[in-house]
Design a protein around this ligand. Structure first.
Ligand code: 5GP
Ligand code: ZN
Length: 128
């Protein structure tokens, strides 16, 4: 893997708006934007604005950040139209897939921690 730092990290550049993206959510700590190569009708990436290389390099002090990142998933899924819905008869519709690729064998391409939120009809039949 090439050395990655905040200075040459593509997702840091997206977070600081040096590189444009289709932003679907932003707050002080996080940005969510559409994946440039969507694998499903809904495919967004949720990133912390803080540069962290991978899930494997997170530290104890990142636990609150990781919790907030996960909490964003159902909220954004709902806003993007792929939230999990429980109907009055107890049946479920909707739903989505979440993915964190880690390292070479995990298929990670961009070394800035991100959660893929992938939704729409049966995305698990796709490539990922
Ligand atoms: P990974 O394989 O690291 O988990 O996923 C990286 C994802 O970032 C890929 O799905 C890829 O399509 C997406 N991606 C890479 N470069 C860009 C970019 O410049 N803009 C956007 N919006 N997505 C990107
Ligand atoms: Zn970064």
């Amino acid at each position: 893997m090439n050395e990655v730092s905040v200075d040459n990290c593509i997702f840091c550049k997206i977070a600081s708006k040096q590189i444009p993206s289709s932003v679907v959510y932003e707050d002080e700590e996080f940005l969510a934007f559409k994946d440039i190569h969507p694998a499903a009708p809904v495919h967004v990436l949720i990133i912390p604005k803080l540069h962290i290389d991978t899930l494997s390099t997170t530290q104890v002090e990142h636990i609150p950040l990781l919790g907030k990142m996960l909490e964003l998933v159902p909220k954004l899924a709902h806003e993007l139209g792929c939230g999990l819905v429980r109907h009055s008869d107890g049946s479920l519709t909707g739903g989505y897939k979440t993915l964190i690729n880690t390292g070479p064998d995990g298929g990670q391409e961009v070394y800035h921690l991100h959660i893929h939120l992938i939704g729409g009809p049966k995305p698990w039949h796709g490539q990922r």
